[in-house]
Design a binder for this molecule. Structure first.
Ligand SMILES: Cc1ncc(COP(=O)(O)O)c(C=O)c1O
Length: 298
């Protein structure tokens, strides 16, 4: 009898409304993506166009980086670099680690995260709760062989059945957005999207969504919102890899180089966002996404 009740509940219109796309999703990985596009009423009224944000915080790990994490692992599996019981290694101080740790736990992989030892205990604790082996290492620049990214690569190379997922330069990250985020935005806007704007860390989201939307309509404008202290505003505006003045309180966005994920991305325009403007706007709209993360204009 219970079985019947459960089956009835899961196949009911109520459960379909709850999941938004058919009743039962395929484990944790089936809950990644298909996030809502949310209209921002105040900004839409003020500008006279529909401005919407993609609610990526509704992914199981709480950010857009779950999509990249899933594709980095899928890529390693497809290439035979990762088999049952294997180890996923990444250098990350941010949301990619949280995404990887969730997926590794669900799929039975070990997860090892190298990060600079300047990071908060809360971040380390969150990853440990998800079962990751967290290795804080001295915070040194990328050109130093002991930088956390290089240590992650060397550690993965020293193990059997292990992969360094390399979120910055492994374009499986970009592919996640060509195959999921881009098509979702196109469908959710009924093809009426005229511009998309993003901040970038690895560049995977901007490049993947931009690439997909341009194949559907080359007139869609792709705009990069860059924080102070990053090189990308100057790169896309003046062709120079020079840091913009100042530094930023934002975490995980801004970049010192053109990653493989960002390389060749269709950027129509870059905007330099000052922290003072960002903070004022967050105060006004209660939403950091409006300033930096994935925003769609229709
Ligand atoms: C919440 C959030 N949004 C956006 C980004 C940047 O995305 P991408 O690495 O695809 O450029 C990051 C990077 O870590 C992030 O944590």
């Amino acid at each position: 009898m219970w079985r019947q009740v459960v089956l009835r509940v899961f196949s009911s219109p109520f459960s379909r409304r709850l999941s938004g796309q058919g009743a039962i999703r395929d484990g944790l990985k089936g809950t990644i993506g298909n996030t809502p596009l949310v209209r921002l009423n105040k900004l839409s009224q003020e500008t006279g166009c529909t401005i919407a944000v993609k609610a990526e915080f509704m992914n199981p790990g709480g950010s857009v980086k779950d999509r990249a994490a899933l594709y980095l692992i899928k890529d390693a599996e497809e290439k035979g670099q990762l088999r049952a019981g294997g180890t996923v290694v990444e250098g990350t101080a941010g949301n990619t680690g949280i995404g990887l740790a969730h997926i590794c736990k669900a799929l039975g992989y070990h997860c090892v995260i190298f990060m600079p030892d300047t990071q908060s205990q809360e971040k380390i604790d969150a990853l440990k709760v998800l079962g990751a082996d967290v290795r804080p290492v001295p915070a040194v620049t990328f050109d130093n062989p002991d930088n956390y990214n290089h240590q992650a690569r060397r550690y993965a190379e020293s193990l059997e059945n292990a992969v360094w997922t390399n979120q910055f330069d492994n374009t499986a990250n970009r592919r996640a957005h060509v195959e999921t985020t881009g098509p979702e935005i196109w469908e959710q806007t009924g093809g009426r999207v005229s511009a998309v704007t993003f901040s970038t860390g690895t560049g995977g989201t901007l490049a993947g969504v931009g690439e997909y939307l341009k194949t559907k309509n080359p007139d869609v404008q792709v705009v990069l919102a860059d924080p102070q202290g990053s090189v990308l505003y100057n790169h896309f505006t003046h062709g120079k890899l020079e840091r913009s003045e100042g530094s930023s309180i934002t975490e995980g966005i801004g970049q010192g180089r053109v990653t493989q994920n960002l390389n060749g991305a269709p950027v129509d325009r870059a905007i330099l966002v000052l922290d003072s403007e960002a903070v004022a706007m967050v105060g006004d709209s209660s939403c950091l996404s409006v300033v930096y993360v994935l925003v769609v204009v229709i």
